[in-house]
Design a protein around this ligand. Structure first.
Ligand SMILES: NC(=O)c1ccc[n+]([C@@H]2O[C@H](COP(=O)([O-])OP(=O)(O)OC[C@H]3O[C@@H](n4cnc5c(N)ncnc54)[C@H](OP(=O)(O)O)[C@@H]3O)[C@@H](O)[C@H]2O)c1
Length: 293
């Protein structure tokens, strides 16, 4: 398994399982638990959920049923826009723990920047960190200006910025800025989004002929090539899959290494094509989405 050491010394498995819309959006039933248990049997120990995904209970059940020691798992959840603020964040975190039936989280993220609330939200998270209810704090979809804002008052530095990152949207200046400041990059929608985004398959980087050619050269799948492109550049990946075959191949990446020229060819595919929400505009829509109980 590949690991990255975060800036507070905590280790995170570089490959995790994305949990948005397993089955369907906000599905939280036995099917989701079964998918997670299969992933655990293959070796996944890192799971990326969020209050908004509405499947924290299914993950909690899988953790219990698996019998895997808690210390071997890395569990991330996130605070949604409507849960930001001092007390609201405190309460949202407590609800996530309750749904997951856990005593602590490994990582808690602000899912989207809401600058008017960032300070209150982060200070509430710092309180949880001091109480050892969470091992690491991070952000998601933060722009350079949002990170500068946090840096102006934070006592606990963010360890991660989880951002949309795939071959068509590499966000290199933001990645360089974060990595320079020892904020690790976690790539959401590394394969070009799941069903929630309704992006046609033909438009996803996983279908790109350049990726297909590199995959053929290494006897790998296109998804493996994209994931390895991230791993070799010290980024964390959280592909979502509910297919046993994909769950397996997405995790097994050690049989090949990309050359520098492969990496450069994939970098060159960047066309600044955002497939998910834009932090400049998405808050208006986010506040219309309901976090399920
Ligand atoms: N922080 C944020 O704001 C944010 C936003 C979006 C997502 N995320 C996180 O990032 C995770 C991943 O992103 P995502 O779910 O949007 O999409 P993704 O992981 O880029 O892609 C998932 C899609 O690819 C398919 N797939 C998976 N493995 C494959 C393979 N080996 N070959 C072909 N197709 C494959 C899946 O179908 P099958 O299930 O059939 O395999 C699914 O349709 C999310 O689940 C969530 O945890 C975070």
């Amino acid at each position: 398994m590949y690991f990255i050491e975060l800036n507070n010394g905590v280790e995170i498995p570089q490959i995790g399982m994305g949990m948005a819309a397993i089955g369907s959006w906000q599905q939280d039933d036995g099917f989701v638990t079964e998918v997670i248990l299969k992933a655990m049997a293959i070796g996944y120990r890192h799971f990326d959920t969020a209050s908004l995904y509405g499947n924290e209970r299914a993950l909690g059940r899988a953790i219990k049923e698996s019998g895997i020691p808690r210390s071997e798992l890395f569990i991330t959840s996130k605070v949604w826009d409507t849960e930001q603020g001092g007390k609201k964040t405190h309460d949202a975190f407590a609800r996530s723990l309750e749904r997951l039936k856990l005593e602590y989280l490994d990582l808690y993220l602000i899912q989207w920047p809401v600058p008017a609330y960032t300070r209150e939200t982060w200070e509430a998270m710092e309180g949880l960190y001091q109480q050892k209810k969470v091992r690491a704090l991070g952000v998601s979809n933060f722009r350079k200006s949002d990170i500068e804002q946090i840096a102006s008052f934070a006592e606990v530095r963010p360890v991660i910025n989880q951002i949309e990152l795939h071959p068509y949207f590499t966000q290199q200046p933001l990645v360089d800025y974060c990595q320079f400041h020892k904020i690790a990059i976690s790539c959401w929608s590394p394969l070009g989004t799941g069903g929630w985004a309704e992006v046609p398959l033909a438009e996803k980087p996983i279908m790109d002929p350049v990726i297909a050619e590199i995959a053929e050269k290494h006897s790998a799948t296109p998804a493996q090539v994209i994931l390895k492109w991230n791993i070799q550049q010290h980024r964390i990946v959280i592909p979502k899959s509910e297919s046993l075959e994909h769950i397996g191949t997405n995790f097994l990446l050690s049989d090949f290494n990309l050359s520098n020229s492969d990496i450069q060819s994939i970098n060159n595919l960047n066309c600044n094509k955002r497939l998910g929400g834009d932090p400049d505009y998405v808050h208006k829509k986010n506040i219309t989405l309901k976090v399920p109980d």
